[in-house]
Ligand binder design. Structure first.
Ligand SMILES: [Mg+2]
Length: 268
């Protein structure tokens, strides 16, 4: 890493990291990621891990990261599910019909929201949709009915797909699209690149946007989120974006590095 970029990054007080493609790939840490995080902590930097994946709870992420050799506290993890519950608290408590998994259900219950069954969906104040790998037509139909009855439609994120070893599988955005097509109602979107999650992330890390850098592997999600929130962006090429993708994209990061491993050398 060149000295001008090093000194620019050294001035920042906090680093917000995407997880998949940035800190790990699936179940394997990116080479050098634990050492990079350690170096940043040694330099007195605040850290926040920010993921659009709504399926796991922050404590499950802490466990996963610890297994990979990263020492992480639960307060340093923000998921789109937790951000959704924080955002909805300001809209008012009410019953929710959820298309999603335990990470989302736990976050909403923790925020004081009651989770409704399909038979009660018409009474829902909110329909909240995230990634649901056990999606059924019955759930989609109940969510559709609730939105028709006036429930506020909220999406944890619109990621179209998720990388797996053999390519990709449908993400939360693909499920949200089914409900948008059926109801013609557009949801409030919480996850990256929405400003909503970035505002909550800045509150959580306790820093001004000028003092923070956002590190991620996806142009349309991580880098766009940083741009929308006017935060310095750093693209890593260890995940879903290639040099060719970057050249062809209208979304351009402020800086590019191969992987977070380069951050190891920031302080020497
Ligand atoms: Mg990613």
């Amino acid at each position: 890493m060149l000295e001008p970029l090093k000194s620019k990054l050294r001035e920042k007080k906090g680093f917000i990291f995407d997880l998949d493609g940035c800190i790990y790939r699936g179940d394997r840490p990116i080479d050098g990621a634990p050492e990079a995080i350690l170096a940043l902590r040694g330099g007195g930097k605040r850290i926040l891990f920010l993921t659009n994946n709504s399926t796991k709870t922050p404590s499950e992420y802490v466990e996963k990261l610890r297994r990979m050799g990263l020492c992480v506290e639960e307060r340093e993890v923000l998921t789109s599910s937790v951000a959704t519950a924080i955002y909805m608290r300001d809209l008012g408590i009410g019953g929710c019909f959820v298309v999603g998994e335990q990470g989302l259900i736990s976050a909403l219950e923790g925020g004081g929201f009651r989770i409704l069954g399909a038979d009660e969906a018409k009474m829902a104040k909110y329909v909240v949709c995230g990634l649901d790998t056990r999606l059924t037509y019955e759930k989609l139909a109940a969510a559709c009915r609730a939105i028709q009855c006036g429930a506020t439609f909220i999406a944890t994120n619109l990621d179209p797909n998720m990388p797996v070893e053999e390519g990709y599988i449908p993400g939360a955005g693909a499920i949200v699209s089914a409900l948008v097509t059926a109801t013609r109602v557009k949801p409030i979107v919480i996850g990256k690149p929405s400003r909503i999650i970035m505002k909550i992330a800045l509150e959580k890390i306790g820093l001004d946007k000028r003092d923070v850098v956002m590190v991620g592997d996806t142009l349309n999600i991580d880098i766009a989120a940083a741009k929308n929130a006017r935060i310095t962006s750093l693209l890593v090429l260890s995940g879903s974006t290639s040099v060719k993708d970057l050249a062809g994209s209208r979304v351009k990061p402020d800086e590019v590095i191969q992987s977070v491993a380069e951050l190891k050398g920031l302080f020497y």
